[in-house]
Design a protein around this ligand. Structure first.
Ligand SMILES: Cc1cc2nc3c(=O)[nH]c(=O)nc-3n(C[C@H](O)[C@H](O)[C@H](O)COP(=O)(O)O)c2cc1C
Length: 311
């Protein structure tokens, strides 16, 4: 099969963001992309979602910020990032060398900060925004917006009125009813929904009796969270019309196919990047092989095709 038709099998238009493959890198797990450019062909990634970006630089949380867990990891980075000015002045121009959509993950302490970030980022080279209203590792903002329907909706409305870029809203799994949250952000104007961010967790050192993480609690990611994420994608896909980006523990093409069958139009790879920086490309190749084996011509033929109630 010609290379072009292979790529066409995987091409996705996510709320106006044109991607060569449905496999993106998840925010916070792939830097700004170009850190990997010496050994990964970034042009083959569906989209690079950059590290959570804030109005002013943040140094993140102190103490231990990463801990390995069975089948996953806990992190409490606390949104360390150089701030939007540095991103616009240095990072974005460097990313212009690559033929890959850049989606900026933004986080604010207030609704107004989200609006300000959205305005500042409406520039050439930014393909879309991902609203992080789900970070469990910061004291102000973050998850506080993502666990209450009204607060989440007010952030989305503010951002939508501040930009014409496609807006992806990233939801937190740390809620009782994910469907209620998804419907609220869709009604507020979200162009797409990404889920899931990390699940709030904790680990204790039994020798010192102290929490392992400096921040005491952190976000759990990796294969351990995958069934929760697949369940949430399926529930949300049945309740909203906007496209979904599924993530949470995707390590292989088979994992990605599960998310797509559950209803995701695209997927993001996070923790897997720490084990294998080539994961996003290998997963895209594996999806292509899977489609060929099933006699399918395009990845969209898999979206939401899980057969519930059928034997
Ligand atoms: C070290 C680390 C940093 C992260 N930073 C961010 C971030 O800045 N913004 C965000 O929305 N999500 C962040 N996440 C969450 C991931 O983007 C993703 O939603 C989550 O890890 C689940 O996917 P995974 O199991 O494939 O890692 C981070 C995750 C990890 C592990």
């Amino acid at each position: 099969m010609a290379a072009d038709s292979c790529l066409n099998m995987l091409s996705v238009d996510l709320a106006g963001i044109k991607m060569k493959t449905p496999v993106m890198t998840a925010s916070g797990t792939f830097g700004f992309g170009m850190e990997y450019s010496d050994f990964v062909d970034i042009n083959k990634i569906g989209a690079v979602v950059v590290k959570g970006t804030t109005l002013t630089p943040r140094s993140g949380n102190s103490g231990v910020r990463i801990a390995e867990t069975p089948a996953g990891m806990l992190n409490s980075i606390g949104l360390e990032n150089p701030g939007v000015d540095e991103f616009l002045n240095h990072t974005l121009p460097a990313l212009a060398d690559y033929d890959v959509p850049v989606i900026v993950n933004i986080a604010g302490n207030t609704v107004e900060e989200y609006g300000e970030l959205a305005k500042r980022l409406e520039v050439k080279g930014v393909a879309g925004l991902e609203l992080n209203i789900s970070c469990p590792n910061v004291k102000q903002g973050g998850i506080a917006f993502g666990t209450n329907c009204d607060s989440a909706a007010s952030v989305v409305k503010m951002v939508k009125s501040s930009t014409s870029l496609p807006v992806i809203v990233k939801l937190s799994p740390n809620v009782t009813d994910i469907v209620e949250m998804a419907k609220a952000v869709e009604a507020a104007g979200a162009d797409a929904i990404a889920l899931i961010n990390t699940l709030l967790g904790m680990a204790i050192n039994i020798h010192t009796w102290q929490p392992v993480l400096g921040n005491v609690v952190g976000g759990l990611s990796g294969p351990a969270v995958k069934p929760v994420a697949v369940r949430m994608v399926w529930q949300v896909a049945n309740a909203v019309k906007v496209p979904i980006v599924g993530m949470g523990g995707i390590m292989t093409a088979e994992d990605a196919v599960e998310f797509i069958l559950a209803g995701a139009s695209a997927v993001a790879v996070g923790t897997a990047n720490f084990v294998n920086p080539h994961a996003a490309m290998e997963i895209a190749d594996g999806i292509k092989d899977y489609l060929a084996k099933k006699g399918l011509s395009h990845v969209s033929q898999l979206v939401g095709q899980v057969k519930v109630g059928e034997k």
